[in-house]
Design a protein around this ligand. Sequence first.
Ligand code: CDP
Length: 219
Amino acid sequence: MKKVIAIDGPAGAGKSTLAKRVAQRLGYIYIDTGAMYRSVAWKVLQTFGSDNFTDEDIAAAAYNLTVALTYENGSQRIAVDGVDVSEAIRTPAVTSVVSRVAAIGQVREKMVDLQKKMAADGGVIMDGRDIASKVLPNADVKIFLTASIEERANRRYKELREKGFAVDLTKLQEEIAARDKADSEREESPLVQVPEAILLDTTNMNLNEAEAAIVKLVE
Ligand code: CDP
């Protein structure tokens, strides 16, 4: 029977890459909840420009937008009010405001509601920060995926460089640490490892090894 799999963890731990691979292998649907918060952040930046907005502005933007996830050849696309933002939500500008956006209660309420509906039929693997604790507390498999901050920064550095962004490794590591701190210390659904989650530290694992470890846990 198809299960519900929840993966949480800090920034750059490899959640989306691994969740995508495991979903393909098992014939599950992959739901990237970070992309949903990034979409709200993108809309806020489009509407107000950088940093020129209040928490009320963020809540209003989230209330008024529609987020739609679709699947093309097994990979997720995401649209905001009908505009495909799958690539646009990965820029450093969006990354720099997303944790602030994701800390707003009204934003989370709307996104969590959507996420619960998307997982209702099972056969899903969902990744984020509050999946095991809040979105899918009854998930069959709960994994907390992590890696050392140096390794996570290195992985994200390579990824951004490949996409053509000029990034500084030291700054990137600081940004990741700041985002982890904000995500872990916020009041609304902070990033936590629930007691029943299995800890998977991928610092010294390659993708194939980490994928095999997750598949083994699911099976
Ligand atoms: O890919 P990366 O690890 O950089 O982050 P992401 O999964 O795309 O998530 C971006 C941001 O969205 C996180 O830093 C959190 O602030 C927020 N987020 C959240 O609050 N709850 C989730 N379930 C997923 C993401």
